[in-house]
Design a protein around this ligand. Structure first.
Ligand code: ADP
Length: 725
């Protein structure tokens, strides 16, 4: 893996190493290819393969060498449908032997008298579509019962043992009209005669298929050369060695492309499947019936599927052509594979049809082409690992080509076979697309449902939160109302109790009360009732202000005039009290605001009165106001009142604007309702203003009020426009 990472083709040594490796690899591939090719020729010194894969016996000298021997020591009499009676007992009758004919890998011979331009010529056993196999053996005397398997006899045969017909498969005749074919595996009992001789004659006819005969891949030679089993073993050992060689080389080079376990897993499966494919050949394992073929064809299809998985896993997934088709290709290949395999396992006789065999080859060829295309498409996009991937794909393709080279069926591509492939792929695609569409639909619905549920949950949660808030507000308001009620009743009861006390005093004392006392009582009663009236006024005002529809009578007001007249009033009132009042206002009349005159009067008065009330005799109260630029644009009037009175404890500064709140130090010896500042704050708020306090206990307090300023000349121009003028 680190090797791959270093392959940034940064230094020349790396490039050279890759180059040398590639050359070595290609040479090895060539050697392997030659070995595979040579192995597949299966030729002896006497014959060769023609281009259709048939054994060409043109140069075989029948005069000298006698009859042709097939593997397992069978004699073969092409073009003759012979019965045991045709062979006399001691005889070595020379039957007409043919020169110039070939035997197809399927075991049938074909007269090659005419030049074979059309491959279909090799379809039949000679000109008549018939042929006879004969095998003579000697077994130890007294051998009771022997049996022999005929893995494939296609398509019509009569099997004779020591002259007796023991099996009839289909109808073997040289008249094509009477001919009836049948595909089967067969087991025949061999009963030796007293001397231990067994003479088997198999009379075959085949007018329908290129595939058929007793053997599938005859080895051919002189009687001494045909030590069939050993020849076959040697041949297959050769194939297995070659394959192992391929695996070793492939493992070395292809392993370099592995970036994860998955790929390696697929690759190993490819190798295992290839080997199983080879091993399941009937020459190595002869299972009864169609089992060999079924196993082999299963491994064959698995191989195609795993290879596709391997190629799909080589490159990272991207949003390109292969990314868009996502896993569809793999699913289609999978469904196609399953369709093929189910068809074969359900109806094994299909395996003996040329068209289905060709369909298999087309399937493999199509998938290989697709995989190769995939690599070619991806390689330029991933140049770093390109060489290795290309090599691995060439390798995989070569493995498949060797499978193809050895399957003669590729020469018989018929329309029917293409139809089978198209049909299987079509069905696979149809079902895959339907499945995927349904799946997508369901997942879309699920997503929509999830979104809807989330939305609903969201709105329910919101409504719930609003309800909780509203509920808390109600509770808070209820508490505030109760508190206010108790405050109000307390504050109202106090003067009433006092007044009632004075009245009772007057009533009880009758004539004894002096004029002087009476006057004092009446004055106190008057003060108390004024207090009560004030309280009720305050309450009414506060309630009005707090209700949303409190209407303000807004008009241009000169705060300067208002402050000046109030200032004069209070200077007069405090005369002789020792308290000092100072005023600092701009000369020009720039303190104009849009506001409710009565209410603004209340604000200024309340703050000045508080300052006077909460200072001792040496109190100094400084009133000032000026125009300033507001923080958020525009201009505002800043009104402040500073005193050197008792101050407000820091912890209580937060609460003084609350209704009925009075700081502890104020409540001790100054009377008051605690309503004034809450009324002031409400009014300031209604004028879009701000109010705050700075205070140090026992040092003094400063109240600030800011109200947006109106234009100086009272028209509608904004201050910005004004300053431009
Ligand atoms: P009150 O009728 O008690 O004056 P206010 O609402 O006007 O009611 O004031 C609330 C409280 O704020 C007062 O009780 C007092 O504790 C505090 N306070 C207001 N102005 C001053 C000030 N200038 N100096 C010290 N404390 C003040």
């Amino acid at each position: 893996m680190t090797e791959i990472d270093n392959l940034g083709i940064k230094d020349k040594r790396n490039v050279l190493r890759i180059f040398v490796r590639t050359i070595v690899f290609l040479i090895l591939l060539l050697v392997v290819f030659v070995i595979v090719f040579m192995t597949n020729q299966r030729h002896g010194e006497l014959f060769r393969l023609d281009k259709s894969g048939a054994l060409d016996l043109s140069d075989y000298n029948f005069e000298e060498r006698g009859r042709v021997y097939l593997q397992h020591g069978w004699d073969f009499y092409p073009n003759q449908l012979l019965r045991p009676s045709d062979f006399s007992e001691h005889d070595e009758t020379v039957y007409p032997s043919y020169t110039n004919f070939s035997i197809s890998p399927a075991g049938w011979a074909s007269s090659n008298l005419k030049p074979s331009s059309n491959l279909m010529d090799s379809r039949y056993i000679g000109d008549n579509g018939v042929g006879t196999y004969r095998l003579r053996m000697k077994v130890p005397k007294g051998t009771d019962l022997l049996s022999m398997d005929f893995p494939e006899i296609n398509y019509a045969a009569e099997i004779y043992v020591n002259g007796t017909l023991v099996k009839e498969i289909g109808k073997a005749t040289d008249n094509p009209a009477d001919y009836r074919h049948q595909e089967t595996y067969s087991r025949v009992n061999l009963q030796p005669d007293e001397l231990g001789n067994i003479d088997i004659v198999v009379s075959c006819a085949n007018f329908t298929s290129a595939i058929g005969g007793i053997t599938v891949a005859p080895a051919l030679g002189t009687p001494d050369q045909v030590e069939s089993i050993s020849t076959i073993s040697k041949m297959w050992i050769c194939v297995v060695i070659t394959l192992s060689l391929l695996i070793i080389i492939a493992g070395f080079f292809v392993a370099a492309t592995f970036r994860n376990k998955q790929k390696y897993f697929y690759f190993t499966l490819i190798i295992i499947c290839s080997l199983l494919y080879e091993i399941s050949d009937k020459f190595i394992v002869a299972l009864p019936g169609s089992w060999n073929k079924l196993l082999q064809v299963t491994f064959y299809f698995l191989l195609m599927f795993i290879t596709s998985l391997y190629f799909a896993s080589i490159y990272p997934r991207e949003f390109d052509f292969f990314g868009r088709i996502r896993n569809w290709d793999i699913i289609i290949i999978f469904v196609a594979m399953i369709s093929f395999l189910s068809a074969y396992w359900i109806a094994p006789h299909l395996l003996y049809r040329t068209s289905t065999l060709v369909a298999n080859s087309l399937f493999a060829a199509g998938i290989n082409f697709y995989n190769f295309f995939r690599v070619l498409y991806k390689t330029p996009r991933h140049p770093k690992e390109g060489t290795f991937h290309l090599i691995s794909s060439v390798l995989a393709s070569i493995i498949f080509s060797t499978l193809l080279i050895r399957s003669p069926q590729v020469y018989f591509i018929s329309l029917h076979s293409i139809g089978v492939v198209v049909l299987v792929f079509g069905t696979a695609m149809y079902f895959t697309i339907r499945y995927v569409r349904n799946f997508e639909k369901i997942s879309m619905f699920t997503q929509e449902l999830e979104v809807a549920v989330q939305e609903k949950t969201g709105s329910i949660t919101k409504v719930n939160a609003e309800l909780v808030n509203a509920n808390q507000m109600l509770i808070k308001n209820e508490e505030a109302r109760k508190k206010m009620m108790s405050n109000v009743s307390h504050d109202l009861r106090t003067p009433i109790t006092a007044i009632r006390g004075y009245i009772e005093l007057i009533m009880n004392s009758k004539n004894k009360i002096s004029q002087e006392n009476l006057e004092t009582y009446l004055r106190s009663m008057h003060t108390r009732s004024v207090q009560m009236e004030q309280l009720i006024d305050d309450l009414v005002q506060l309630t009005r202000l707090e209700s949303d529809n409190a209407k303000l009578d807004k008009q241009p007001i000169s705060l300067k005039d208002m402050i000046e007249s109030l200032f004069e009033l209070y200077v007069m009132e405090t005369e002789g009290s020792g308290k000092q009042l100072t005023l600092d206002l701009p000369d020009n009349d720039s303190l104009t605001i849009m506001g409710d005159p009565n209410r603004m009067l209340r604000v200024i008065e309340n703050i000045i009165v508080n300052a006077l009330r909460y200072t001792e005799e040496d109190g100094i109260v400084e009133v000032s106001a000026y125009r300033e630029s507001a923080l958020l644009g525009g201009e505002s009037i800043h009104f402040t009142v500073r005193d050197n009175g008792i101050g407000i404890p820091t912890a209580e500064q937060l609460y003084i604007f609350d209704r009925f709140y009075r700081a502890a130090n104020a409540a001790v010896n100054k009377s008051g309702s605690g309503l004034g500042l809450s009324i002031v704050k409400s009014i300031v708020d209604k004028h879009n203003g701000k109010i705050w306090v700075e205070s140090v206990e026992k040092k003094g307090t400063r109240f600030h009020v800011i109200i947006p300023a109106a234009n100086r000349n009272n028209n509608n121009k904004s201050s910005a426009e004004e300053s431009n003028e």
